[in-house]
Ligand binder design. Structure first.
Ligand code: IFM
Length: 483
């Protein structure tokens, strides 16, 4: 009897690689990691004031010490080198370099960023600087904060100071990180500093943040070498209606307007969307707010758009909103200024420790939609990652398979977006280190590197080793079970 050979055709291995030169990085922000809150001339920012106000941050946590990156940056850069990072995205503490938010800079403050960037360059890691990640000098808030037009001009001066100080060593500059949070959580729902809850102030803050971005791009372009790149990072909401009903579609339109297009409209297209103005004109006089020439300033060309993504935003028409399940923290005041009759839902029940739904398809959609609407604009994922309840095993290890699965699925979404034509140039994991997660304090851990806050000991988690493998291969390794 002859044996029957069943032939299974070998499937071609799926291409899991990223484009040559893809930039692999990790990100942090000054107030979340630096500590050294009162050293070398630094003065309080709005987050120092807010975190020191009882009841504002879980467990009364503050960024006074944080991950002590200010003193440990050399060891942290060595850890980045071990991971094989190509880039490190950090932010500059405005009140460390210009304590009152105006006037001359403090050299000791600038020196920290000179030392940090030198150390990075020495390690072969590209420094990527964000000028503003939410820590406005308290003196500027006392003078009115972002709802005041003058703050945008102060920001442009600060951008000039930084470009003169670091322009010879930083090649990629981001003006603002997630201005939506600065305006809508800081002045709308009040769950972020400075904790105000005033819808008109929220919209004024949004416009002045846009203006600050545009003025800063102008200052950067004037003082940086021609090779330097400018960008802004937006936390674009991947908005989905809960059902096909016209009412839910209307809810999605409103949230897209006040969550996304209030920034992408003026920054990328030089215009505020008409529907946004119609939705909010009972709250603010747009004609008075937006001066002649502002939109030209705001829409100065940028080289890269930074996109931060964590979870989709599912909405429906509702009798009233509250902020239940919108993922941005509980408040009696909705951050969704002018959109009171919208309800928020989870996309599914696979949740991170933030109670955010895990849905990588949202990242693919965001990137491919942007590529379709702005085909000439290079994109970069400047934050993506997840908090889980990590712990150190008796052997001293931090095993975080859920984070590896999260990163794997989201990186696969990026890879698919690239295959579908999106010009995505890089990816930054949030975050390099466990850190101060704003109103959640130290209760949420996003890091690839575990931080034992009592001793400041760092332990790279299993996900850090996994990410290093991705970087080495410029490709995704086989998912568990697919080897
Ligand atoms: O920790 C924050 C970061 O500061 C801005 N983007 C979202 C992260 C997770 O909440």
């Amino acid at each position: 009897m002859t044996a029957v050979r069943t032939e299974t055709k070998a499937k071609p291995a799926a291409d899991t690689s990223f484009p040559p030169g893809f930039l692999w990085g990790a990100a942090t922000a000054s107030y979340q990691v630096e500590g050294a809150a009162a050293e070398d001339g630094r003065t309080p920012s709005i987050w120092d004031t807010f975190s020191h106000t009882p009841g504002k941050v879980r467990n009364g946590d503050t960024g006074d010490i944080a991950a002590d990156h200010y003193h440990r940056y050399r060891d942290d850069v060595a850890l980045m080198k071990d991971l094989g990072l190509g880039a490190y995205r950090f932010s500059i503490s405005w009140s460390r370099v210009q304590p009152t938010g105006r006037g001359p800079a403090v050299e000791r403050g600038l020196d920290f960023y000179r030392r940090l960037t030198d150390e990075l360059l020495e390690a072969g890691i590209k420094p990527v600087a964000t000028l503003y990640h939410w820590d406005l000098p308290q003196e500027l808030e006392d003078a009115g904060g972002w709802p005041q037009r003058d703050t945008a001009h102060r920001f442009a001066d600060y951008a000039e100071i930084m470009s003169r100080a670091l322009g010879d060593r930083v090649g990629l500059w981001t003006t603002l990180n997630e201005p939506w949070c600065s305006a809508f959580l800081g002045y709308g729902s009040g769950v972020h500093a400075p904790g105000r809850t005033d819808p008109a102030a929220t919209l004024r803050a949004a416009h002045h943040l846009n203006l600050a971005h545009g003025l800063a791009v102008g200052a950067l372009r004037t003082h940086l070498p021609a090779s330097a790149q400018t960008s802004i990072t937006l936390n674009l909401h991947q908005v989905r209606p809960l059902t096909d009903s016209p009412e839910d579609a209307e809810a999605a339109r409103r949230i897209d307007a006040v969550g996304n297009r209030i920034f992408t409209g003026p920054v990328l297209d030089g215009v505020y969307p008409e529907d946004l103005i119609a939705d909010t004109s009972h709250l603010v006089d747009w004609a008075e707010l937006v001066h002649d020439g502002d939109l030209e300033e705001i829409s100065r060309p940028i080289d890269v758009l930074g996109v931060n993504y964590y979870a989709p935003t599912v909405v429906s028409a509702a009798a009233s909103t509250g902020t239940k399940n919108d993922g941005h923290g509980a408040s009696d005041h909705s951050p969704w200024t002018g959109s009171d009759h919208v309800g928020f839902h989870l996309a599914n029940d696979q949740l991170t420790a933030m109670n955010w739904a895990i849905d990588p398809s949202g990242l693919h959609t965001l990137l491919t939609d942007l590529a379709a609407s702005h085909p000439q604009l290079p994109l970069m994922v400047t934050e993506n990652g997840a908090a889980f309840d990590d712990y150190v095993s008796p052997e001293g290890l931090v095993n975080d398979p859920q984070r590896i699965a999260y990163l794997h699925s989201h990186l696969d979404a990026v890879r698919r977006a690239v295959a579908d034509g999106a010009d995505v140039r890089g990816y930054f994991l949030w975050s390099l280190l466990d850190n101060f997660e704003w109103s959640y304090g130290y209760s949420k851990r996003f890091g690839a590197i575990y931080v034992d806050y009592a001793t400041q000991r760092r332990i790279p988690k299993a996900s850090a080793h996994w990410y290093a493998e991705v970087i080495r291969g410029n490709a995704l390794p086989a998912a568990a079970g697919q080897e």
